[in-house]
Every structure is written in structure tokens, then in C-alpha cells.
Ligand binder design. Structure first.
Ligand code: NZQ
Ligand code: ZN
Length: 389
């Protein structure tokens, strides 16, 4: 553990079957005006909306709704929400949905009282909020992003074709509470479940594949990855398996609630590539990551060989006997590839709507991070994207 850090996570979690019972007590802590935020309607079909609105009613809240938050929420939708939340004099933003809805609520939280253009301030200049931040609470319906316990908010600017995540340093942006009932995730279509599982896995990889010191975070990451692989295989065969789905939900939270990044520089290049693909195709987040991952990891493997060897042995159970380090590392990535195929993940960006003529634009939209084993040049980004096609 060679890095120095501060650790604080103020989000209170209510986890398990019936966890929504905790909502009433949380609502009592805030003023009367609640802005209820949800997506395209899945919460109405599966009954979650009904449960939440009954509790809001019992709690005597004035409820204003922002419906139709789309996957990969847009800046336009954020501008619309700012008007609604201002008019409602929001005391609490209650997100009911997946990562898109939770992210949107956080972006809104820092924008309602912001006197400037939120895109310029938070997504171009990456500033922290200097205004009042409206409290956010989440009722999560999809496991994947970790948005329920972090300060990340990803917004897509369709005009400039930029999909940008801001992980706020300000703890006020983190959800004050989140309700995590694994039953709520059981209605997810298989495609979304698989995308969420890969998102979780990649969040852990992004933090694991950095640094060379002996770091507790890496051991925690290996444990999380092994638990996820185990549960994902069960859920893949039996989607209604509560035990597996609950482990997946809990792993998602710990994969990206800042714990396993402590003391590490962290990589995040798969996310930068995936987000740029997302900006051009509006594809499902987890699938954009899956489609660029193997070309990326195979490209950087020689620069972080020791860690890839450790990954192969400790996560994938590769037997090192009689193999060179490169062979061990390659066997680890081959095992990962076969798990990805077993999970039905999208392995090529072409399947997500990306075309050859988009490559230069996607490459230009890709932010370059410097915390991993190799700082990519533009030519390398183009090469990886072409291999992902
Ligand atoms: O809109 P509805 O009708 O609710 O349908 C959603 C949506 O179509 C559906 N869904 C969610 N829960 C469901 C359900 N359908 C049936 N039953 C349920 N229980 O699933 C679809 C996808 O939902 P979405 O919220 O978009 O998925 P996800 O949780 O993967 O969130 C993706 C967004 O989060 C960002 C991504 O970039 C993307 O914009 N991320 C946020 C991060 C963070 N805050 O730290 C980190 C991640 O890396 C990621 O970038
Ligand atoms: Zn992600």
C-alpha cells in the first residue's frame, strides 16, 4: 500500500428482500418536496413504482415526477430536469431505476442551484459544485454501475458526441441512502443483466490493472472478481436465482464505491474507449466495454505482465506449470474471453452499430488516462478500435 488516501463513504444502504421498508425513515429526514425520477417505464411494469409511491404518499410528500430518463442520459434531458426541479423547489431527488437514473439524479443535484451551464462547469472544466447540492436517494433496479454508492454521474452530449463521466470529489453528491433489493433486478432482460455483470467486472479490472506495489485493494478485487464469476455463471443458467443475483448486486456496489481504488492510480481506459463508442452509437454501457476489452488488454499486457500473470493465476485459476509468464498471462485472457462468450456479451463494436468511418471520430472522443500500464497514443487507440470492429 504505497499510496496515500482519504476514505469516506457517507451513503447508507438498505440491502435485501423488502429493503424498501427503510425508505419511509429516510424520507422523514428531508423536506416535503420530492422529485421522483425514473426511466422508460420498467418500474411501472414490475411494481417498484407502486411500492415507492405508496411510501411517498404515507410520508405526506409533494411529489413531482421526472419520467423518461433514457439509458445514457442526455444533456438535453438534464436541462429539462433542472427546470422541473427548480419549479418544484426540490428538497430531495429520489431516483428509482438503474445507473442512468441514479447518475441523472446526481447531475441534477449539482445543477439545480448552479448559476452556470452545468455541462461547461462539470463536464468540460470538471469543477466541483460551488452551490447548494440537492440530496439524492436511490432505489436501485439494475446491478452494474455502482452509482448507488458513488459520486459518479455520466452525461451524454449528443450535439458534440461526447459521453463524459464526472466522479465528483464532493461527498454531498453521493446518494444519502440507497435501497438495494435484489428482487427488483429479477425483471431485467438477459441482455441488461449480462451487460451489468460485465460492467461490474470491468470496474474491478480498471482499478486492479494499475500499480506494482503490494496493495490490499488488489486482494479485495480478486475476491470480488471470483465471487462475481461464480454468481454470474449461476445467474446465467438460472436468472431467477436470488442468492446469485443478490451477490451480484452487492459485488456491483463494492466494485465501484471507491474502496478497491484506494492507494491505486487506476486505469479506466476501457471505460474511456467504451464511452466514446457509446457517444457514437448510444449502445448499452456494459456491452461497449465488453466489445473493446480484449483488444485493449492484449495490447497493454506486455507493459503490465506481472499483474496479468497474477490475474491469470488468482482469478482464472490458470496453472503456471511449464508456461512462460507471457503464456500464463495469455491463458488468463483466453479464460476471460471464454467466460465473456458464455455470458453472451457483445465482443465487437460493429455489433453495436459502430462502423469503420466512425473510428477516427470515436478515437478523437476517447479521453486518454494515465494511471494504467501504458499511456495510449492516438494511433494505438485507432488500432484497438479497429481490432474491436
Ligand atoms: O428505462 P427503463 O424502462 O427503466 O429500462 C431500463 C433501461 O432500458 C432497464 N431496466 C433497469 N432496471 C430494470 C430494467 N428493466 C427491467 N427490470 C428492471 N429491474 O435497463 C435498461 C438500462 O438501464 P440503465 O440504467 O441505463 O443501465 P445501467 O445501470 O447500466 O446504467 C448505465 C449508465 O450508467 C453510467 C453509464 O455510462 C450509463 O450512462 N455509468 C455510471 C457509473 C457511475 N455512476 O459510477 C459508472 C459506470 O461505469 C457507467 O459509466
Ligand atoms: Zn462502467
Amino acid at each position: 500500500m504505497l499510496g496515500n488516501f482519504t476514505y469516506c463513504n457517507p451513503t447508507k444502504l438498505y440491502f435485501g428482500a423488502g429493503a424498501v421498508k427503510g425508505l419511509g425513515g429516510e424520507l422523514a429526514k428531508y423536506g416535503k418536496n420530492v422529485v421522483l425520477i425514473y426511466g422508460g417505464g420498467s418500474v411501472k411494469k414490475n411494481g417498484v413504482y407502486g411500492e415507492v409511491t405508496a411510501i411517498l404518499k404515507e410520508s405526506g410528500k409533494n411529489v413531482t415526477e421526472i419520467a423518461g430518463v433514457m439509458p445514457n442520459p442526455t444533456l438535453e434531458k438534464l436541462y429539462e430536469g433542472i427546470k422541473t426541479a427548480r419549479a418544484a423547489k426540490a428538497d430531495l431527488l429520489l431516483a428509482v431505476g438503474g445507473g442512468s437514473v441514479c447518475d441523472y439524479a446526481k447531475a441534477l443535484a449539482v445543477s439545480v442551484h448552479c448559476g452556470e451551464d452545468p455541462w461547461e462547469k462539470y463536464y468540460v472544466r470538471f469543477e466541483e459544485p460551488s452551490c447548494e447540492v440537492v440530496p439524492v436517494g436511490c432505489v436501485l433496479t439494475m446491478a452494474g454501475t455502482g452509482s448507488e454508492m458513488n459520486a459518479g454521474a455520466v452525461i451524454t452530449n449528443r450535439e458534440t458526441k461526447m459521453k463524459v463521466g464526472h466522479v465528483f470529489a464532493d461527498e454531498r453528491v453521493m446518494p444519502r441512502f440507497s435501497v438495494l433489493d435484489p428482487n427488483y433486478t429479477l425483471t431485467l432482460p438477459r441482455y441488461q443483466m449480462a451487460a451489468g455483470i460485465y460492467d461490474i467486472f470491468n470496474h474491478i479490472c480498471e482499478q486492479y490493472f494499475s500499480g506494482e506495489d503490494d496493495n490490499t485493494s488488489d486482494y479485495l478485487s480478486e475476491g470480488l472478481m471470483r465471487s462475481l464469476l461464480h454468481s454470474s455463471r449461476i445467474a446465467n443458467k438460472d436468472m431467477q436465482n436470488y442468492e446469485a443475483r443478490s451477490n451480484i448486486m452487492w459485488t456491483a456496489t463494492w466494485a465501484l464505491n471507491t474502496l478497491v481504488s484506494r492507494g491505486k492510480s487506476t486505469d479506466w481506459m476501457v471505460h474511456m474507449l467504451g464511452q466514446a463508442v457509446g457517444a457514437y452509437t448510444d449502445a448499452t454501457h456494459g456491452m461497449t466495454l465488453a466489445a473493446v476489452s480484449l483488444p485493449y488488454y492484449r495490447h497493454i499486457m506486455p507493459f503490465g505482465l506481472k499483474k496479468f500473470v497474477r490475474f491469470a493465476k488468482n482469478v482464472w485459476g490458470v496453472d503456471p506449470q511449464g508456461k512462460t509468464d507471457t503464456e500464463i498471462a495469455e491463458a488468463g485472457l483466453a479464460a476471460m474471453e471464454s467466460w465473456m462468450k458464455e455470458m453472451g456479451l457483445v465482443m465487437h463494436i460493429g455489433e453495436l452499430g459502430a462502423t469503420e468511418d466512425m473510428i477516427d471520430g470515436i478515437a478523437a472522443s476517447t479521453l486518454v488516462m494515465d494511471g494504467g500500464y501504458k499511456v495510449l497514443g492516438r494511433d494505438e487507440i485507432v488500432k484497438i478500435l479497429k481490432e474491436s470492429l
